[in-house]
Design a binder for this molecule. Structure first.
Ligand SMILES: Cc1cc2nc3c(=O)[nH]c(=O)nc-3n(C[C@H](O)[C@H](O)[C@H](O)COP(=O)(O)OP(=O)(O)OC[C@H]3O[C@@H](n4cnc5c(N)ncnc54)[C@H](O)[C@@H]3O)c2cc1C
Length: 805
């Protein structure tokens, strides 16, 4: 065993082996993989080896495509067969709602280049003759589906890595990881110790236990998963080529050919977690006791839908555990607060995702950036609220819903409510329908008095459409009240606070008593944040950003903080906010404060400490609605008093509560972008039309060189606003944009603009087309709808309403 190495990867499953290969390929050949048993000794060895490009997140779908296309490369590099079978697949719909789901997936696949097609049920029966047509209404054809040999793939990665110089230590168990003062790690094993500059936790079924060595509680949990293999099936034997993969969503089963029969797996509704608190170390090449009763319901449906399966009988049952994160996507990246500690775990589809996970992590470690959009699998998307019990509830929910439709307006119930602000009950009493962001409950919309606070889930306009319209009109015509607590808030202070913020953010800092909007860029000049920065005076700044990105941003901030001179902390729910917006907002605020809030004394983009309703508050004059508006921030224990005072003082001003759905409609009318939709690390500020918030006259800030370099180039794409000739369904995001019969771009978000009476979509198109006025179509639920670019925001293009005196 070496005494020192650049990186240790803990875990020789498909994921650890892929990470090792990608690190070695990227030039980190001084890399060691440590496996406590034989390679594949976790969930990898008994996997069904199936792979496809199906994923709710387009960026993860792209990584799945990369993974599938990688197998030829590692076969050639290693000389080890992966037993690649690309059969293609049919994903079958039994209901019109499921057809909508497949149409949305198919549309998204167009701009990802995945080549999916919606086909008739007759066509599906022609290419997949096992099915009984009477149970289905249509299908999605996916050319990139198939299966590989799990052991072959893992060994191919490992052999290819070894050929590049990496090493694999088998039958060596890591029993501790200890941080050293210089940022490296001491890796303690039963065969001796070694020092590694970096450590990767790819321990699969034991990722939690390995995480605990470093004081981490990772949000992953294993679930038992069963598949059966049937006896011989004459139709399979007679098939001139390998039978296609198939998913039957109604039966919640997937299947593929195995020998002369079929392999059928199911995600049952009452899934059973395995090793809920601790994974036994003596578990290796083992299976769990099968429990046919648990999956009998799904199998019965399967046998009805595919009659030859029933006639074949069951030859073998496999029950094995594998891990999931609360939202079902992998957990990848550097862990905040632990230097040089990386994770690649919670990978529930190792044969679809393992390659992409390895590539992303290797890029991140070697080049400092994953080089594509990995937000959907970034470990930073979870905070300390993702406890073991939360993870347990969410993973069970996610497992039980694996093949169910997740509607775009659907909020899943497990582990909610979790984090709540003090006014939660008051909002509930007002009819709030809640969602959750970063674990914190927030109001989506308010059901009118006398109606149930519940939203019908649908791809089309829901029962929320009418009430949300009323909320929007109240904001535009009178005054609206909403909660802003789900923003992330940071306090930055100390003698060097200003200098540090100037260097970290792309815009210039506001002077005392003012606020500005500022993007944050990485070294390649891509957007990694958009913030409201306020100057509270005496070297103290409050920075407000996206709530869901709190860990993501803290990880970046902390990495870039100087050793002394700057103190930075997240205020979490210590500081809570309420926003009032609309033409009556100033009158309302003036009733609650003795301060002069006239336009002259408190103009647009002001920020000041003031007493509001006798409470110590900070007030910013800004509103994401595009109206005259104020964000009022108070300590958490003052929030109820502030809320009650606003509600009482606003009664005769037409005050109405509004939620996130109305805010989305109002900001779309103003063409305001949102973090994680329009603004993500794959876009530059110029592409996202944020150039005016980048101050290149500053001598130095992260990303400046890249911005200057980009300035002289023509932009590849531009963010634009479309008016869509929609029917009863608006865009939701991720729809393809067509121009002159070709897919040229994608929608980032959309909805109905209630006050302009138009369906609005925002998205990216090639820069050369950003000025074109005609020829666009946007695909909504399988129909190409005419769309026209609006050169200006649809509401108040000059911004007078926000600045009104
Ligand atoms: C029945 C079943 C069917 C499945 N079918 C499919 C499918 O069709 N397609 C698909 O994509 N996925 C499938 N999966 C899921 C797939 O198996 C997983 O996504 C994949 O195996 C995860 O790999 P991993 O490397 O993250 O974890 P693991 O395979 O669990 O590997 C972790 C490795 O780390 C080692 N290790 C842990 N702790 C230590 C330590 N302290 N020191 C040294 N070594 C350590 C373990 O011994 C183990 O070998 C299936 C799973 C099951 C159970």
């Amino acid at each position: 065993m070496k005494s020192h190495t650049q990186v240790v990867v803990i875990g020789g499953g498909v994921v650890g082996a892929s990470v090792l290969y990608h690190l070695a390929k990227a030039g980190w050949t001084d890399a060691v993989l440590i496996e406590r048993d034989e390679l594949t000794s976790g969930s990898t060895w008994h996997a069904a080896g199936g792979m496809n490009t199906f994923n709710g997140d387009p960026n993860v779908a792209k990584l799945q495509k990369y993974t599938i296309e990688l197998y030829r490369e590692i076969e050639e590099a290693s000389g080890q067969s992966c037993s690649i079978h690309i059969t293609a697949g049919v994903d079958l719909a039994g209901t019109p709602e499921r057809m909508d789901f497949l149409k949305v997936a198919c549309a998204r696949a167009r701009y990802l280049g995945l080549g999916m097609e919606i086909i008739s049920i007759d066509e599906a029966a022609r290419i997949f003759p096992l099915l009984d047509k009477r149970h289905f209404v249509g299908a999605l054809y996916n050319p990139l589906e198939g299966h590989v040999d799990p052991s072959g793939v893992t060994h191919a990665y490992a052999k290819a890595a070894r050929k590049l110089g990496a090493e694999v230590y088998r039958f060596t168990r890591v029993s501790d990881t200890r941080p050293r003062p210089d940022g490296s790690w001491e890796i303690i094993t039963d065969k001796g110790n070694l020092v590694a500059e970096h450590v990767v936790n790819a321990a699969g079924l034991w990722a939690r236990e390995v995480g605990r060595f470093a004081g981490l509680e990772l949000p992953v949990l294993a679930m038992e998963h069963q598949y059966i293999v049937t006896g011989d099936i004459p139709e399979v034997i007679a098939s001139p080529k390998e039978v296609l993969h198939a998913i039957d969503f109604e039966g919640e089963i997937y299947m593929r050919q195995e020998g002369r029969g079929m392999l059928i797996g199911t995600y049952e509704k009452a899934g059973v977690p395995w090793a809920e608190r601790e994974t036994p170390w003596n578990f290796a090449h083992e299976l769990l006791a099968p429990d046919l009763d648990r999956i009998a319901g799904s199998l019965e449906v399967g046998f009805r839908h595919f009659p030859p399966l029933e006639r074949a009988g069951i030859k073998r049952i496999v029950n094995g555990p594998f891990t999931f994160a609360p939202d079902g996507n992998p957990i990848v990246g550097p862990v905040r607060g632990l230097k040089n500690y990386w994770v690649a775990c919670g990978v529930m589809a190792g044969f679809s995702q393992g390659g992409g996970v390895g590539l992303a992590l290797a890029n991140w470690m070697v080049h400092g950036d994953p080089e594509f959009d990995v937000w959907a699998m970034d470990v930073a998307r979870f905070g300390d609220w993702a406890t073991m019990a939360y993870t347990n509830a969410k993973v069970r929910e996610n497992y039980s819903r694996r093949f169910r439709i997740r509607f775009p307006n659907e909020e899943l119930p497990a582990a909610r409510p979790l984090r709540m602000t003090p006014i939660y009950d008051r909002l509930a009493a007002k009819g709030a329908v809640f969602g959750a962001a970063f674990g914190l409950g927030h109001a989506l919309w308010f059901a009118p008095a006398g109606t149930e606070a519940r939203e019908d889930v649908t791809y089309r306009r829901s029962n929320a459409h009418g009430p949300v319209g009323e909320e929007c009109r109240a904001v535009r015509n009178a005054v609206g009240l909403s909660e802003t607590s789900s923003f992330a808030k940071y306090e930055v202070s100390g003698p060097d606070a200003g200098t540090w913020l100037e260097r970290t953010l792309a815009n210039g800092l506001p002077r005392e008593g003012r606020l500005t909007l500022s993007p944050m860029l990485n070294e390649s000049g891509r957007l990694i944040g958009d913030f409201t920065v306020t100057n509270a005076g005496r070297g103290r700044f409050f920075v407000f950003g996206s709530g869901i990105a709190e860990q993501y941003h803290l990880r970046w901030f902390e990495k870039h903080l100087p050793v002394s001179g700057v103190a930075m902390r997240a205020l979490r729910t210590e500081l809570l906010g309420l926003a009032i917006a609309g033409p009556n907002a100033r009158t309302l605020l003036s009733r609650l404060t003795g301060d002069d809030v006239s336009n002259a004394a408190f103009p647009f983009l002001s920020f000041r400490a003031m007493e509001v309703a006798m409470l110590p508050a900070h007030v910013g004059r800004i509103s994401f609605t595009g109206e005259l508006g104020y964000e009022i921030w108070v300590p958490a224990d003052c929030q109820i008093a502030l809320y009650d005072a606003i509600v009482a003082a606003g009664a005769d001003l037409g005050l109405r509560h509004f939620g996130a759905r109305a805010l989305n409609s109002l900001r779309l009318e103003k063409s305001f972008g949102n973090w994680a939709r329009e603004y993500r690390p794959i876009y530059t500020p110029a592409e996202a039309r944020l150039e005016r918030f980048v101050d290149i006259s500053k001598p130095e800030f992260v990303g400046r060189d890249a911005v200057l370099h980009d300035r002289d180039k023509t932009h590849s794409r531009r963010l634009v606003t479309f008016v869509v000739d929609a029917g009863d369904a608006d865009t939701i995001g991720d729809e393809p944009v067509w121009h002159d019969g070709k897919v040229v771009g994608w929608v980032t978000s959309g909805g109905y603009g209630h006050c302009v009476g138009k369906s609005i979509a925002v998205g990216y198109v090639p820069a050369a087309l950003a000025l074109a006025t005609s020829g666009f179509e946007i695909e909504i639920l399988g129909e190409r709808r005419c769309a026209a670019i609006s050169a200006q925001p649809l509401y108040d293009p000059t911004g007078e309403r926000m600045r009104r005196g």
